[in-house]
Ligand binder design. Structure first.
Ligand code: GLU
Length: 463
């Protein structure tokens, strides 16, 4: 039975697009193998928690369709799925390692550790704890009984640590280069290393698919698995997303939070499709495919090591492709959901065919179509000297009886000819009069939707 998980820490606004890309692989791998996808919240670093972050993260993952089989929201056989509710489990396991002499109590004060680090750095040694407490455990235990504060450190053996990564191959690290990692803090909380290993084991996770930033931690995890006598899950560390200029994705350049893309009107299905191409490609070179298809053909062994480029411009292009494929009715509903129900549904429906080709995201709708709901109050071109011209336009428009795009267009072209004004000039002035803007959806069709009285009113304003 394949069981995968994501183990996010709620330390940001909601969920980072990079985490969604990793979540997607975990989800696909579980579903492809009829397994389970789990969400576990790693909230043991209480100093970094962002209030409301967990709720928004879980809601966003739900909104984009990455439903978990087990999570703090839906529960499951290995609940609780929030680490801050599992402190007793970690303590018990840390104590078990102390019993086995695979870990030890340490009561060294920060001042001593600081001094030690400085001395080691001065002689160019890797800063490492000197194991004073390991060699004096009985004495330390006595002090702890009397109330001394302590941490528990993992004893890292002096040997080669070897493990296999499904994406990166065999990895070897010298244990002697690693510090005896703290696994239980003095406040009773586990560090990431203990929490992640205990939970992945107890929750029967078979594949740990996570970002490459956790690769340096994995040797410590291997030591922990060995210390407990547990068998290892399979590991796969995926490369981090990069900006098009190859720099690390950071919020200074582009939005990194998933909600920010959804708030612009990127469709969840387009976002998932785009993110599925991060580090993986469709065997037939296809760019647009459904989540269902992805789940069927995804294989961890096909994930590339090279850093994938996350390009918001390409994402918008792809989203535009998704919007164009929608039926008018369904795009209308999405647009209404996005702009709010105060806009008249009938008008929105009529305008959709005029702008569907031009929209890349739902947020593009209103800037293109605002003039259907509100007469312009400003005009992008100065029309003040054109009163006579607009008087003539009013005269002709008043006589158009069947208010249809073709009839409007014909009448206007005829007038342009009569006045000897170039079509481009004529329709630009009329467009700005009606819409306020130099660029708009097709004008005659727009005027038909706006209705005769409204168009006349807008043009008369300029006479
Ligand atoms: N809590 C880690 C994070 O915030 C999880 C790393 C892992 O998947 O092991 O991403």
């Amino acid at each position: 039975m394949v069981r995968t998980r994501i183990a996010p820490s709620p330390t940001g606004k909601d969920v980072h697009v990079g985490s969604v890309s990793t979540a997607l692989m975990n989800y696909a791998w579980a579903k492809k193998n009829d397994g389970q996808f789990i969400i576990r919240i790693e909230d043991t670093d209480q100093t970094r928690l962002v209030p409301g972050g967990e709720k928004r993260m879980l809601e966003t993952l739900e909104a984009i369709g990455l439903h978990a089989d087990e999570s703090p929201l839906v529960g499951g056989p290995y609940a609780p799925y929030r680490q801050s509710e599992r402190l007793a489990v970690y303590k018990k396991h840390a104590e078990e390692l102390v019993q086995k002499r695979k870990a030890y109590y340490c009561i060294c004060k920060p001042e001593r550790l600081d001094e030690m680090r400085k001395k080691q750095q001065a002689v160019k040694q890797i800063p490492k704890y000197d194991r004073y407490c390991y060699f004096h455990q009985e004495e330390i235990k006595n002090k702890i009984v009397k109330g001394e504060k302590y941490v528990i450190r993992l004893f890292i053996p002096n040997k080669k640590i070897i493990f296999n990564d499904l994406i990166r191959g065999q990895i070897e690290v010298e244990g002697s280069n690693l510090d005896d990692q703290i696994i239980l803090k003095s406040d009773g909380y586990p560090t990431y290393h203990l929490g992640v290993v205990v939970d992945d084991y107890l929750m029967k996770i078979t594949h740990v698919i996570r970002g490459e930033e956790w690769l340096p931690s994995t040797p410590k995890h291997i030591v922990l698995y060995e210390a407990f006598g547990w068998s290892l899950p399979l590991f796969a560390h995926v490369s981090l997303l990069r900006n098009p200029d190859k720099s690390k994705l950071s919020k200074r350049r582009n939005p990194v939070w998933t909600s920010e893309y959804l708030e612009k009107g990127i469709l969840p299905e387009a976002l998932l499709n785009y993110l599925s191409l991060m580090g993986w490609s469709h065997p037939e070179g296809k760019e647009i495919f459904s989540l269902e298809e992805y789940v069927k053909i995804f294989d961890i062994k096909d994930v590339q090591k090279t850093a994938p480029v996350f390009d918001p411009v390409k994402l918008e292009w792809m989203n535009g492709e998704y919007l164009r494929k929608l039926k008018v009715q369904s795009l209308k509903l999405k647009v209404l959901g996005f702009i709010g129900k105060n806009y008249p549904e009938g008008i929105v429906e009529k305008t959709i065919p005029l702008v569907q080709e031009r929209m890349k995201k739902l947020a593009d709708y209103l800037p293109l179509c605002e003039f259907f709901f509100q007469a312009p109050a400003t005009w992008q071109v100065d029309l003040s000297g054109k009163k006579d011209f607009f008087n003539r336009v009013v005269g002709v428009l008043e006589k158009v009886n069947t208010w249809k795009a073709t009839a409007i267009g014909e009448a206007m072209q005829k007038l342009a000819k009569e006045l000897n004004i170039k079509n481009s000039q004529f329709f630009m002035d009329l467009r700005v009069a009606i819409t306020g803007k130099r660029i708009s959806p097709p004008l005659n069709e727009s005027m038909e939707i706006l209705r005769k009285e409204e168009c006349l009113e807008r043009v008369k304003k300029l006479t």
